[in-house]
Ligand binder design. Structure first.
Ligand code: GUN
Length: 315
């Protein structure tokens, strides 16, 4: 039986409905949460991401500032920008889009962001809080995955969960969130000797590796839940012919456009999984939704206001 498809859009819309209510409540108190996005240089993928983030702010009526310093920006210049944003009262969330140009010491920048405004959850203080189990700002993509699981009624407590990938942005915080939700968590990575041994035993597999279609049917136990965090823009037609061999519509579209976005999970996994997120359209929409949620949450916390029991208060 084909898998249940876990689309991100309806879940994002649900979260936006809740957030709009919260934003209206804050507006009645004279508060308008605001996000500052800093994009250094003009990397095409990053430009699209940041535009989507700003567009989401506009859609929800959040304040937004979009700064675009040149690719030649130095660490010192960027530190100055971050410190100015830290000091602004109309800025509740600060996002420095990654990756940064090579000459910039990214770690210094991420550590300079006021932890209370760190809507990406990348500051060591926020990572420490997450490890302790009293999270404040948590990375958006793993938070989005938790929302998909929760709002789709997929049990996590007591489940065997395997996270494939150990990045600071996704894999590590993902494993911590699942652990705090009482899953039994295994983290696999590029040096794992027998990946399939672990993934085949899992109730829930989270793929966050960054290698197109790496997780195949034989890696997944029939009926398991598969969450695909990977996003790779593919232009190699030989690779596309292989990956889309059983997906005629996607192959046709690739042949027409010469490009396609694929996840870390092979499309054929949808034939045997119990539930699966598509790429595109699965986890992606939730990442931005959780950024909006974190921005509203930061606005509340900074003013000592308790968050209601909605997406914004959960981590
Ligand atoms: N680059 C890729 N993902 C992210 C993210 O979640 N936040 C930021 N700031 N940059 C990214």
């Amino acid at each position: 039986m084909p898998a249940r498809i876990l689309n991100g859009a309806p879940i994002r819309d649900q979260i936006y409905t809740e957030l709009k209510q919260e934003i209206a409540e804050l507006a009645s108190m004279g508060i308008r949460p605001g996000l500052a996005a800093v994009l250094v240089g003009n990397d095409p993928a990053s430009t699209i991401y940041v535009h989507s983030k700003i567009a989401a702010c506009e859609q929800l009526g959040l304040g937004n500032i979009h700064l675009t310093p040149p690719a030649s920006t130095t660490t010192a210049d960027l530190l100055t920008i971050v410190r100015e944003l830290n000091a602004r009262d109309d800025v509740d969330g600060i996002l420095v889009q990654l990756p940064l140009p090579q000459q910039i010491e990214a770690k210094k920048i991420l550590e300079a962001v006021d932890p209370a405004k760190d809507v990406d959850g990348f500051h060591p203080m926020n990572i420490g809080r997450l490890i302790e189990g009293r999270p404040s700002m948590v990375a958006c993509t793993p938070l989005g995955v938790m929302e998909i699981l929760r709002r789709s009624g997929i049990p996590v407590e007591g489940a065997d969960a395997v996270v494939v990938g150990r990045s600071n942005i996704v894999g590590k915080p993902m494993a911590l969130l699942l652990m705090h939700a009482n899953a039994t968590v295994t983290v696999c990575h590029s040096k794992t000797r027998d990946l399939r041994h672990f993934t085949r035993a899992a109730d829930v597999v989270i793929a966050a590796i960054g290698r197109p279609a790496m997780i195949t049917r034989d890696d997944i136990r029939p009926g398991a839940t598969v969450i695909d965090v990977g996003v790779t823009r593919m232009t190699d037609s030989r690779l596309a012919e292989t990956i889309f061999a059983n997906s005629p519509e996607r192959l046709e579209k690739f042949r027409k456009t010469g490009t396609a976005v694929v996840g870390d999970v092979h499309p054929d996994v949808a034939e045997i999984a119990g539930a699966i997120t598509p790429v595109p359209g699965g986890v992606g929409p939730l990442t931005i939704a959780m950024l909006m949620s974190n921005t509203v949450k930061a606005a509340r916390l900074r003013r000592g206001l308790r968050a209601p029991e909605t997406a914004a208060s959960r981590a």
